[in-house]
Design a protein around this ligand. Structure first.
Ligand code: HEC
Ligand code: HEC
Length: 469
């Protein structure tokens, strides 16, 4: 059952403080949060997760609702180690980072544990398992960009690929070595990706596409994949544990709850689009309303209202400001279209997609992704008979072939499943490879990519809008 938040205003939730004692002034200190849940949650620890938890993030507070009420983690399978390397799901999906994990948090953790936390496990918490694990440099992609290694057997079982892969650059050594890579005894491709939010998943289930390449189409299949790939588990997750994990994923709702300038975002008076409470109770937006926001700002020139007006304008830019969406693969509306951000981020409550979840907007391939020297670079050469990639043709240079690793199709190279846009200030950097270090970099990418020619004010309005979702 959905539980009502008893304390309407965040400031008052904050006043409950770190323990049971009411404190007048909250010092965030190393706790970095106001509720009962820890800022770094270690797998297997017995902690209380209150039905709502609040954490400081880069522009305000993040708010998490667990609609099933308080939870004590001790035996809960999302929170305890499941496989063989001491990691729980919680290890890489931290509450304080909006159920993802950031480089900032990982760097802190590296210092606190001299690199011995389970999150740094050789298997995917290092650039390649055969590197010296005590050396910080061997974990650089995780520590600098929050990227975990994803290893995919190549060719994928049951698939005859339409293309050949060559390794042009291998900065991690994991694509051309003796033990890992295309010429190893069991050939595989390694790519590096950000953890996606393990929250608000009810809204993502309609698309049947989890992870960047949609190798999992259900939450159950995704958890099983995580158990094998990230937790080095043997066999399968038990039926009981699976049920608890998936139930948990469907009952937690995460969004921004408070903005340092704009004030409270998540009380009952907040616009229906905003706040985890609205998200949790599936606030009924009138159909066709897209992701626009109105009537949030009052009439005075208080900084709070100035900010809210900017957010409102940003929501209009997001939904209504058109640009030519060209050179984009797997776009459901066809090859070229005059569109807006909502042409792709159409789902009203999370900004994810409900259909055709993966597409290639250029974040992982040249030229649009830019030359990311810390990542592997693959040359993809497609068969002459294969349907070519719609705008890159038959020779493609990419850091991550994305969906094509699963389908083996030339036209799918670089297509990635889009993410939801919630809780962004808690989980930079953005895009699958963490290539945009902040929200401004995301907006600048689109401005370049689709020649939107946003004015400076439109860019700032968009950034403000994204920062309150
Ligand atoms: C070692 C870190 C790590 C652990 C442990 C981990 N994950 Fe993840 N998770 C990731 C990464 C990285 C991705 C993105 C993978 C990709 O895109 O290929 C991800 C993606 C996901 C997604 C996809 C969300 C979406 O929008 O597509 C879900 C759901 C998820 N994880 C849940 C879980 C669960 C449940 C567990 C425990 C059984 C778990 N994760 C354990 C790192 C981890
Ligand atoms: C043509 C489809 C398309 C359009 C138009 C589009 N997006 Fe995206 N968006 C995507 C895809 C696909 C991804 C995932 C890319 C990746 O993971 O590398 C994404 C990712 C993002 C992310 C990163 C989310 C994360 O968790 O890392 C943000 C933020 C974002 N888009 C905002 C916007 C804004 C703002 C606009 C309008 C200026 C916009 N998008 C227009 C398809 C689109």
């Amino acid at each position: 059952m959905l539980q009502l938040p008893v304390r309407v205003r965040l400031k008052r939730i904050a006043a409950v403080g770190c323990g049971a004692v009411t404190v007048a002034v909250i010092s965030l200190g190393t706790m970095g949060q106001y509720g009962g849940a820890p800022a770094w949650w270690e797998a297997g620890s017995n902690e209380r997760m209150p039905f709502s938890s609040v954490f400081k993030d880069s522009s305000g507070d993040l708010l998490i609702y667990n609609t099933a009420g308080d939870l004590t983690s001790g035996q809960h399978p999302f929170f305890r180690p499941l496989g063989t390397n001491g990691r729980g799901c919680i290890t890489c999906h931290q509450l304080s980072n909006g159920m993802s994990v950031t480089p900032e948090k990982l760097q802190e953790r590296w210092l606190q544990t001299t690199g011995h936390d389970a999150v740094f496990a050789a298997v995917d918490g290092s650039n390649c398992p055969d590197l010296p694990q005590n050396d910080r440099a061997s974990h650089s992609l995780l520590l600098e960009k929050g990227l975990f290694r994803i290893q995919q057997q190549w060719p994928t079982e049951g698939v005859t690929p339409e293309f050949r892969i060559e390794v042009m650059r291998d900065p991690t050594g994991c694509n051309s070595g003796k033990t890992y890579g295309l010429h190893a005894v069991s050939p595989s491709v390694s790519v590096y990706r950000r953890p996606r939010m393990a929250a608000n998943l009810r809204y993502l289930e309609a698309a049947d596409a989890f992870t960047a390449d949609s190798r999992a189409t259900t939450l159950e299949a995704q958890a099983q994949d995580a158990f094998h790939k990230h937790m080095q588990g043997n066999g399968n997750i038990s039926a009981d544990d699976m049920q608890s994990i998936v139930a948990f994923e469907r009952q937690i709702f995460v969004s921004q709850g408070h903005d340092d300038t704009g004030g409270d975002i998540s009380s009952f008076g907040a616009p229906a689009l905003l706040g985890s409470w609205n998200l949790a109770r599936a606030a009924a937006l009138p159909s066709g309303n897209g992701m626009t926001l109105a009537n949030w700002a009052g009439t005075s020139n208080a900084p709070e209202n100035e900010f809210r007006r900017s957010v409102e304008r940003g929501s209009v830019v997001f939904s209504s400001r058109t640009f030519a969406i060209t050179q984009t693969a797997n776009l459901k509306t066809g090859k070229t279209t005059q569109g807006t951000c909502t042409t792709c981020h159409s789902e009203r409550r999370t900004g994810a997609a409900t259909t055709q979840a993966w597409m290639d907007i250029g974040t992982s391939s040249l030229p649009w992704a830019g030359d990311q020297k810390d990542l592997p670079l693959f040359k993809i050469t497609c068969d002459a008979k294969a349907t070519p990639h719609p705008y890159l043709g038959r020779v493609i240079y990419t850091n991550d072939p994305g969906r094509a690793l699963i389908t083996g199709k030339c036209a799918d190279v670089g297509s990635l499943v889009m993410q939801q846009l919630r809780a962004l200030p808690a989980r930079a950097p953005y895009f699958t490879a963490g290539s945009a270090k902040n929200l401004r970099a995301v907006v600048d990418f689109y401005d370049r990519r689709y020649q939107a020619r946003y004015t400076e004010r439109e860019k700032q309005d968009l950034v403000n809008f994204l920062s309150v979702l």
